[in-house]
Design a protein around this ligand. Structure first.
Ligand SMILES: [Zn+2]
Length: 378
């Protein structure tokens, strides 16, 4: 790791003071203040620091101690959290070496071999006329990303019905069908978090989804079957988005789905620490994803109601681990109760799985007609 990062204009002569780099908590950081010599204006309010670039609206918001930053309202995950040392905010050097060149490609580029950040002259030329359009001027065709997450897998069967139907198989059946249906859409890129019967750690699912999505608009759809062992009569479908649980039922379903974490091998999670859910929830509220997740959940219920015998149990909310770190509108479907004999039978049928997948596909298409809204950005 270099001791400093040099900063120069495209011509080659060094025009700005180098950015000092130091090691904190085992990784390389630089003082956020150094951004000021790169054309940024910083403002601090409590734990939060906002950064404007060349007089634009606040482009970047960071909090000390968080690995998430907001770039024009979109979440970006850093490799390490920011740090506050003696009341100065430090950011991982990744911000200079990767994020600036990625987010402002015409302006910043980084030469790793020379530890040099090149800073094009800015504030002139017809630039990226801002106003909400992404700075990167890529292709015209807008591609949306759909990440489909079949719940459970491998040695985690999920809930199991009286006749032996396993939640993980129902989830995979619907997910694969959904993947196949949406793969025909020209403007969608579709991913599965698992394609076969294997266990993927809950935390990794959202992380990968976030990586696949990149800067495109995207959604994350986790597919499950519900269980209520003491009530064989309970049936119907419900869709969750991430928030605090409000009812006993919501708490119970969230606890059930989150218990899969215990089946994961030690060391596969984020250093075995429990992520701070309340903190993540606050971040998500900032991201405005909750509003969109709720809409996606509405649409799912609406479409599923056309193919499902019911009842429609409505949109629900809860603290689901699997959707906490997918930084995009995310929902979790419970397509029926595997503990209800009729629903167990229905859910094991190929034809129902196809129908449910078609309904989910229609909800996703409908969602992307409204999302992202025109002029998104802040
Ligand atoms: Zn489940």
């Amino acid at each position: 790791m270099p001791e400093e990062i040099r900063v120069r204009a495209p011509g080659g002569e060094e025009t700005r003071a180098p950015v000092p780099v130091r090691r904190e908590g085992g990784y390389a950081v630089f003082p956020a203040q150094a951004l000021e010599s790169l054309g940024w204006t910083l403002a601090r309010e409590g734990d939060e620091t906002t950064a404007r670039w060349e007089g634009r609206e606040p482009l970047v918001r960071v909090r000390s101690g968080s690995p998430l930053l907001l770039w024009a309202g979109e979440g970006v995950q850093l490799a390490h959290p920011t740090r506050r040392v003696e009341d100065h905010l430090y950011l991982p050097v990744q911000f200079l070496t990767d994020i600036l060149p990625w987010k402002l490609p015409g302006v910043f580029s980084y030469d790793e071999a020379a530890s040099t950040l090149t800073l094009a002259s800015f504030g002139e030329g017809e630039g990226e006329g801002r106003g909400g359009t992404p700075v990167a001027g890529e292709s015209e065709r807008r591609v949306s990303v759909v990440v489909i997450d079949p719940g459970h897998g491998g040695r985690d069967p999920g809930a199991v019905g009286a006749r032996g139907t396993r939640e993980k198989d129902v989830a995979l059946g619907i997910a694969r069908a959904l993947h196949r249906i949406l793969s025909d859409e020209e403007d969608m890129e579709v991913y599965l978090t698992r394609e076969d019967d294997r266990l993927i750690p809950l935390w990794r699912r959202g992380e990968e989804a976030t990586r696949w999505k990149g800067e495109r608009p995207g959604v994350f759809v986790s597919i499950h079957a519900n269980a209520l062992p003491n009530s064989r009569a309970t049936r119907g479908f419900e869709t969750y988005f991430l928030s605090e649980a409000r009812t006993e039922h919501e708490r119970r379903v969230a606890a059930l789905e989150n218990s899969a974490v215990e089946m994961e091998e030690a060391g596969t999670g984020p250093q075995g620490q429990d992520p701070d859910l309340s903190y993540i929830l606050t971040e998500l509220r900032n991201l405005d994803h909750q509003h969109w997740s709720a809409l996606l959940a509405e649409l799912m219920q609406e479409e599923l109601a056309r193919v499902h015998p019911g009842p429609n149990r409505g949109v629900k909310q809860g603290p689901f681990a699997v959707i906490t770190n997918a930084l995009m509108p995310s929902v979790l479907l419970e397509v029926g109760f595997i503990t209800n004999p009729q629903e167990e039978q229905i859910m094991s049928q190929r034809s129902f799985q196809e129908d449910a997948a078609r309904a989910a596909a229609q909800a996703i298409r409908e969602f992307f007609r409204r999302y992202p809204p025109e002029g998104a950005g802040e």
